[in-house]
Design a protein around this ligand. Sequence first.
Ligand code: KIV
Length: 271
Amino acid sequence: MSVAGSVRAVTTLRLTEMKQRGEKIAMLTSYDYSTAKIVDAAGVDVILVGDSAANVMAGYETTLPITLDMMIYHARSVVRGVNRALVVVDLPFGTYQGNSKVALDSAIRIMKETEADSVKIEGGEEIIESVQRIISAGIPVMGHLGLTPQSIHKFGTYNVRAKEEAEAEKLVRDAHLLQEAGCFAIVLEKIPAALAERVSKELTIPTIGIGAGGATDGQVLVVHDMLGITNDFSPRFLRRYADLHGVMSEAISHYVSDVKSQDFPNEKEQY
Ligand code: KIV
């Protein structure tokens, strides 16, 4: 049910209040119903249906190939599993850049077809018109600055961004622009901790960091990475809270061996 039905308890307003009282915001990605249900019940405040689904769900190398239809499929599944958290859905590459009318149409499709609470957009000044137009239609927008994976072909690497002064100053300006445009929060990805701290102090809206140090108002990780389902991605910022790759591999090998040896199913496991 929607926020209007007051079942989902976390709203954009509550996130601002959390920042004001110094309570950190916990955000994680989810892409399917069953995972979202676990993530929500564990107390995560914000669930991001990230376009990282392109990587961890679909196996693409970059986030560029994922389509709006694919994102809508994932978001619908997630929303059905969530009672409390605020659900944010990434606008995928090619659905908002360069044309604010297209951006608004994409955001409206997400809101109408998924019943999510908000959308997330990568970029600053260059996409500000799209941000303004979406917000003026009543759709909450989360910004995303620093390493913006949809621009990988421009950057050429996934290295830390904004280490140089000019890029850092542009990031600070972009953060203020997004706040003035009405964004309710901003993701800061893979930037120096000192810069993230400065932005977090200057803004009144919450910042959510990934590889941006401990001074942001919240943290986000990709759920497959923090659970250790992926085991081939180990950036310095990633803390693994489980080794599900190991647990799943062992359980599945065990199943294969039980089937081969005819141990499974036994008499109690049949009708
Ligand atoms: O798509 C995603 O998962 C993201 C997070 C890394 C912030 O944008």
